[in-house]
Design a protein around this ligand. Structure first.
Ligand code: SF4
Length: 495
């Protein structure tokens, strides 16, 4: 609480409170609850910082008011000194009005007035971005600055890198002045309400669509504790308003009326409640008949970043840095395993494409799990390397998708809980093979590991990380070998 008796608020706390006042309260008054770790937060924060620093080049020659080493009061004082000294561009300019603290990514002098430039990693302007800029506008205007215009600077996903990053092309600045102005009248009341929230006890706000809109709330593990396993929220597929049921007190799958569900959802509910599996051997056989040997189980790991890392890449383009390949010469044969993982800092694409073409026979069936992803990677590589294009396109033509019989529900195990992702299918079909306890255990973790790998110096830690990355990707294709084996067993086994 400040000397004015008002609780300190930052822009991000106000935005949190706009999503849900209870989230604001919990952010200020953390509950006695053990939250699971959120490993992705730090990586996202670092990427945001890189984007912010790069965007400063849109207005070069400015002075930054640092976060580190200065108190909030010192940051505000330093900003004031820079303004008084006639600085034309200030990065991270800091202001407070009635204990609401904001930092403006880039503040640019515009005659006697100032422009606000808020930098975001997204590729379009969202409503929440306009709220964000509106709060900055509110605080700056109340600090006595005249604001001529406000911009949301976001990533231009049509930009393709050639040589050094062209910041003028990488970023797009959209004028959101009107949106910021429209919000000014409502802000005093909104802020007063949020302050009132903080003076009381924990708000009695139930879960709802707001828990994930516009952002996934940090307090979901706490607020959703009462949701049991096998609840309506586990129901997969569209066409059902889960919160309508929840608000009527219908929480468990067994309380749902089946006639309101589509066929796949009905099957999911019945299978879960009766712990019942189903199989359509004809469908599985039809799928198996589309495959042939030699058969290569292929899985890529990719990363994407808002700042294209190599020539010919676009923002958020998926760039392959690793693959695992299990090759079988006939059904049930012991597979041969090969793999690729780029050395830190290198552009992986050429080497990876050449290795793929060398290791996957031109006449092999290329089995993937969720083919759209692997196909798009192969297509991008073929476009990039004309000399390898024909060879890559032959492999692309030969891609088949192991997900098909699960997506079509030709094979369904009640433990899959309506999902046909490999993470759901593997433990249901091959319980002795598991991702549990692995250092790298999913695609997002692999992407984070890639960035971590590039930042590490040679040594034990790098070796350990690379081993974990290889182990994870290898398990993905080994899982496919075992799942395919199970499918083959299912059609030869008697009903
Ligand atoms: S989980 Fe939902 S109800 Fe709980 S604080 Fe977050 S948004 Fe509010």
């Amino acid at each position: 609480m400040s000397s004015s008796g008002k609780a300190g608020l930052s822009k991000s706390l106000i935005l949190t409170g706009m999503q849900c006042p209870k989230a604001l309260y919990l952010a200020k008054n953390p509950p006695a609850f053990e939250f699971p770790p959120q490993p992705h937060v730090e990586a996202k924060f670092q990427t945001g910082n890189q984007v912010g620093v790069l965007a400063q080049q849109l207005f070069p020659g400015g002075t930054e008011v640092p976060f580190d080493g200065l108190s909030v009061t010192e940051q505000i004082a330093q900003t004031r000194q820079l303004i008084d000294a006639g600085e034309l561009v200030i990065y991270e300019a800091s202001f407070a009005f009635e204990t609401i603290f904001v930092k403006v990514d880039i503040l640019v002098k515009d005659g006697d007035a100032w422009q606000i430039h808020e930098v975001k990693m997204g590729t379009s302007v969202k409503e929440v971005n306009c709220d964000d800029v509106a709060i900055q506008y509110y605080v700056l205007a109340n600090c006595g600055l005249t604001i001529s215009s406000a911009y949301l600077v976001h990533i231009n996903n049509g930009y393709e890198r050639q040589g050094e990053i062209n910041v003028q092309q990488l970023f797009v600045g959209e004028d959101v002045t009107d949106a910021a102005l429209e919000r000014q009248a409502g802000l005093p009341e909104l802020i007063a309400c949020l302050r009132t929230t903080l003076t009381g006890s924990e708000p009695d706000i139930d879960i709802g669509p707001h828990c994930n809109d516009p952002y996934e709330c940090d307090f979901i593990p706490y607020c959703w504790q009462h949701i049991p396993k096998n609840s309506i929220f586990d129901l997969k597929g569209r066409g059902i308003k889960k919160f309508d049921y929840y608000n009527k007190g219908i929480l468990k799958l067994e309380d749902l009326s089946l006639e309101n569900l589509n066929k796949a959802q009905r099957n999911q509910v019945e299978a879960t409640l009766n712990q019942q599996d189903s199989i359509n051997r004809v469908g599985v056989k039809e799928f198996l008949d589309t495959l042939w040997y030699p058969l290569c189980h292929l899985d890529f790991e990719t990363f994407d970043t808002p700042i294209p890392p190599f020539d010919g890449t676009r923002p958020y383009q998926k760039i392959p840095f690793q693959y695992s390949l299990h090759i079988q010469t006939r059904a049930g044969a012991e597979p041969l395993h090969t793999e690729y993982l780029v050395e830190p800092g290198n552009d992986p694409r050429r080497e990876l494409a050449e290795r793929l073409v060398a290791e996957i026979p031109a006449d092999a069936c290329v089995l993937t799990y969720n083919q759209a992803f692997e196909k798009s990677v192969l297509r991008d590589l073929a476009e990039l390397f004309p000399v390898l294009a024909d060879a890559l396109l032959v492999r692309l033509e030969n891609v088949r998708d192991l997900m098909v019989p699960f997506r079509k529900r030709d094979v369904y195990r009640w433990q899959m809980r309506g999902s046909y992702s490999i993470k759901a299918v593997l433990p249901a079909l091959v319980p002795d093979l598991s991702y549990d306890g692995m250092d790298v255990a999913d695609g997002m973790a692999a992407m984070r590991a890639y960035h971590e790998m590039c930042a590490l110096k040679p040594g034990v830690e790098l070796d350990r990380l690379r081993a974990a990355m290889l182990e994870y990707c290898c398990l993905d294709t080994l899982a496919m070998v075992r799942i395919l084996g199970e499918l083959e067993n299912l059609v030869t086994r008697r009903a």
